[in-house]
Ligand binder design. Structure first.
Ligand code: URA
Length: 326
């Protein structure tokens, strides 16, 4: 990719900042410090700041958030929304944890070792119906875990035969409201990244490690805040992500943030070290990059350039035309 085209692509993406008011999200992460041994410190460790997770304590009760007046659901949303009679009463499930009653010692199922391209071929039409079938299974399995926090199963979105698949960690409040992954602020940024690559949401597939929103009450304010999924939640959900990938068979996977990278590759290395370097998931090239929500918090030209560089590598791998000056 020539320099001019690369710069143009980066400019195109950066120039769209204003469209979503992203400059109003200034919270930069504290600068990391590098010790004499090369150890990076000073970044907030999310798991250490989330009380109550290790014991799976239920979150204190919180007032249910306001519910918008009902609108007729689109077919996609209707699929994601289980019938009301299958939902457990809110009082049972306010913990919002899919794994609240599963012991912490739960082990993650191993990453399947069969290479994706060794699987029997399936047509694009079969991919669509297999994915729809899987979606129904996931909805049935997760329906008992729905709560006031996780009200919908957020299965995935996009082309069932996509060549490019993005994988995030799990839905947030907007995704829970709509049943569609990556539609909140970080999703809007992801959309821009995809468009800058010359693609759009309909030509890629977007999925998550877990399919239900994970959140808990902030002990100080009592307000709900998203939290990382527990090991039990990941153990319950990850086989469905493996199956989604087996059905879609993307030519490239992009993991967004550390959790998706960890759960698809088994790595314990940090995202800062690994982003931008090709890895594989069962023979499929996998590019780790930062999660858009990290970019929103640390929206620096350096971080944006890093992510754009990662995406340019993906474009090259897929044989996509470089962004061209008009
Ligand atoms: N963050 C994710 O990891 N996934 C979503 O769907 C939304 C935000």
């Amino acid at each position: 990719m020539d320099m001019q085209a690369a710069q143009y692509g980066a400019r195109l993406w950066l120039q769209t900042d204003a469209a979503f008011g992203l400059r109003e999200v200034p919270l930069a992460l504290p600068k990391p410090t590098v010790s004499s041994t090369g150890k990076i410190t000073g970044r907030p460790v999310q798991t250490a700041t989330v009380p109550g997770r290790s014991a799976y304590r239920p979150a204190p009760p919180v007032a249910p958030r306001a519910v918008a007046p009902p609108t007729p659901p689109s077919p996609a949303r209707a699929m994601a929304t289980p019938p009301a009679e299958f939902r457990r009463p809110a009082a049972h499930t306010l913990a919002g944890s899919q794994g609240a009653d599963i012991p912490r010692t739960v082990k993650l199922p191993p990453i399947p070792d069969v290479p994706i391209d060794a699987l029997e071929a399936i047509s694009a039409a079969d991919k669509a119906s297999l994915l729809a079938e899987l979606q129904q299974q996931v909805i049935a399995a997760l329906t008992p875990h729905l709560s006031e926090i996780a009200t919908k199963v957020v299965f995935g979105d996009g082309d069932p035969a996509a060549k490019l698949m993005f994988v995030g960690e799990g839905p947030g409040i907007e995704e829970d409201r709509t049943g569609i992954p990556f539609v909140g602020r970080s999703g809007q940024l992801l959309d821009k990244m995809i468009v800058a690559m010359g693609l759009n949401r309909k030509t890629v597939y977007i999925g998550n490690v877990v399919k239900l929103r994970a959140a808990e009450a902030d002990p100080d304010t009592g307000r709900l805040r998203d939290r990382p999924p527990t090991p039990a939640e990941v153990a319950l959900n990850i086989p469905w992500l493996h199956r989604q990938i087996e059905i879609i068979r993307p030519r490239v996977i992009v993991t967004l943030g550390a959790p998706a990278l960890k759960y698809l590759t088994g790595t314990t290395e940090g995202i800062s070290r690994l982003r931008g370097t090709w890895m594989t998931y069962r023979g499929v090239p996998l590019m780790p990059t930062y999660h858009p929500s990290f970019l929103l918090r640390a929206y620096t030209p350096e971080n944006r350039a890093k992510v754009w560089g990662d995406l340019q590598q993906v474009m090259t791998k897929l044989g996509l035309p470089p962004a061209q000056p008009k």
